[in-house]
Design a protein around this ligand. Structure first.
Ligand SMILES: Nc1ncnc2c1ncn2[C@@H]1O[C@H](COP(=O)(O)OP(=O)(O)OP(=O)(O)O)[C@@H](O)[C@H]1O
Ligand code: SF4
Ligand SMILES: [Mg+2]
Length: 346
C-alpha cells in the first residue's frame, strides 16, 4: 500500500483545529499578450470549523479566481500566484497549499477540502454515470469497497434532493437537467466528507425551493460535523440567512470584511452600501437608504492602475482617493478599504 505523503508543514503557522483555512496575501495575475490582469490582489482571510464565510461582489471581482487559487486549480504558464494558504487537515497537520506537491494536493482536494464549481456541466465527466463519479470519490477518500461506495452514492443523491436516486445514479450527466447536474456536483463534493467546503455559486442554476433545500442541507451538515463553508454568492439575502461573516470583493481586492449581520446593517464601505441600496428592505418594499454606485462595470486592473479601484463609481469619492488606499481596521474583526469608512453609514 502506498504510504501517505507527508504534508508540507510551514513552521510559522500557529496550531489550529482540522478544517481551518488561512489565506495570507494571496495574489493572482494573468499575463496576457499586451497587459497583465490583476485578478486577485493581496487577499487575506481565515475560516474556522463550523463557520460560514460568504464572499460577495459583482461579476469579474475575482471571487472564482480566488477560490481556484486556494485550491491550486489554476494552471497555465501565464498564471502567477503568490502568498500562502494554510490548511489544517484531518490529522491536524498544517499544509501550505501554495507550495504543496501534487500528491499532497490530490489527497486533500476532494477529501478534507472540497469545492462545488460554478459551472457544474463542465465539471462532470460525460463518459461516466453520476453514480460512478460519486462512488469513485467515496472509494478514493474513504476506502469503502465498490458496493458500499455505490450505496453511499445513492444515499448522497437522495440527500441532495434527487428523486428515485437508485435509478438516477445510473444516468449520465447529459440525461440530467441543469439543476440535477448541480445537485450531483454537490453530492460529489460531499462524498469525501470534507472539513471545508468551498461552494462557488452552488445554487444559481436551481429554483428557489431547491436552493433552500440545498442550503438547509449544508447547514445541517455544518451542525452535525462542524463543516466550515465558504459560500460565493451574489445573493445578499442568502448571506443574511446563512453566513456568519462576509467578505466583499471589488476589482480583485477585499474592500470590506466583517461579521455578516453588522456589515449588512451598517456597511463601512461605499461599495457594500451600494449593493445593499439595490435591495428592498427586509420588512417591505422600500429600498435601503444607501447611495447606489454610479453606473459602470468592475474595471480591469493593469500595472498602471493606482488609487481606490472603486473611485469611478463611488458617490463619496474625493481627489485623495486617487492615492493608494490601505485596508483599515475599523473595529473588532471588521476591515474596510475606504478612507471615509466612518461616513458610509452615518
Ligand atoms: N484564465 C484567465 N485568464 C485571464 N483572465 C482571467 C482568467 N480567469 C479569470 N480572469 C479574469 O479575472 C477576473 C476575475 O474573474 P472571476 O472569474 O474570478 O470573477 P467572479 O467574481 O467569479 O465573477 P462571476 O460573478 O461572474 O463569477 C476577471 O476580470 C476575469 O476576466
Ligand atoms: S476610498 Fe474614496 S473612492 Fe474609495 S470607496 Fe472610499 S470614498 Fe470611495
Ligand atoms: Mg465566479
Amino acid at each position: 500500500m502506498a504510504s501517505t505523503p507527508a504534508p508540507t508543514v510551514r513552521e510559522n503557522i500557529p496550531a489550529a483545529a482540522p478544517g481551518t483555512l488561512g489565506v495570507y496575501g494571496l495574489t493572482t495575475r494573468f499575463r496576457m499578450v499586451a497587459h497583465t490582469v490583476h485578478a486577485v490582489d493581496d487577499l487575506s482571510f481565515q475560516v474556522t470549523p463550523g463557520e460560514t464565510l460568504a464572499i460577495v461582489g459583482e461579476s469579474g471581482s475575482g471571487k472564482s479566481v480566488s477560490m481556484l487559487s486556494v485550491m491550486r486549480l489554476l494552471d497555465g504558464r501565464n498564471v502567477k500566484m503568490s502568498g500562502s494558504v494554510s490548511f489544517f487537515d484531518r490529522t491536524g497537520a498544517a499544509c501550505d497549499l501554495m507550495t504543496a506537491d501534487e500528491r499532497t494536493l490530490s489527497r486533500i482536494r476532494g477529501g478534507d477540502l472540497a469545492m462545488i464549481f460554478q459551472d457544474a456541466s463542465a465539471s462532470l465527466n460525460p463518459l461516466f454515470s453520476v453514480g460512478d463519479q460519486i462512488a469513485e470519490t467515496v472509494q478514493l477518500h474513504r476506502g469503502n469497497d465498490r458496493k458500499a461506495a455505490w450505496a453511499e452514492a445513492v444515499e448522497l443523491l437522495r440527500q441532495v434532493g434527487i428523486a428515485a436516486p437508485e435509478q438516477r445514479a445510473h444516468d449520465y450527466p447529459h440525461q440530467l437537467s441543469g439543476g440535477m447536474r448541480q445537485r450531483a456536483m454537490i453530492a460529489i463534493a460531499l462524498a469525501g466528507e470534507p472539513l471545508l467546503l468551498i461552494a462557488d455559486e452552488p445554487t444559481t442554476a436551481l429554483d428557489v425551493t431547491i436552493q433552500a433545500q440545498i442550503l438547509d442541507l449544508l447547514k445541517e451538515l455544518q451542525r452535525e460535523r462542524g463543516l466550515a463553508i465558504i459560500l460565493v454568492t451574489h445573493d445578499l439575502g442568502v448571506v443574511a440567512d446563512f453566513a456568519d461573516r462576509v467578505l466583499v470583493m471589488y476589482a480583485g481586492q477585499l474592500v470590506e470584511q466583517g461579521e455578516a449581520n453588522a456589515v449588512l446593517s451598517a456597511p463601512r464601505h461605499p461599495y457594500t452600501a451600494s449593493l445593499l441600496a439595490c435591495l428592498p428592505d427586509p420588512a417591505g418594499e422600500a429600498p435601503v437608504a444607501y447611495r447606489r454606485a454610479k453606473p459602470g462595470i468592475v474595471p480591469a486592473i493593469s500595472d498602471e492602475f493606482e488609487g481606490c479601484r472603486f473611485r469611478a463609481r463611488c458617490p463619496l469619492a474625493e481627489p485623495r482617493c486617487e492615492n493608494h488606499v490601505p485596508l483599515a481596521e475599523t473595529g473588532s474583526n471588521w476591515q474596510s478599504r475606504c478612507l471615509f469608512w466612518r461616513e458610509v453609514s452615518s
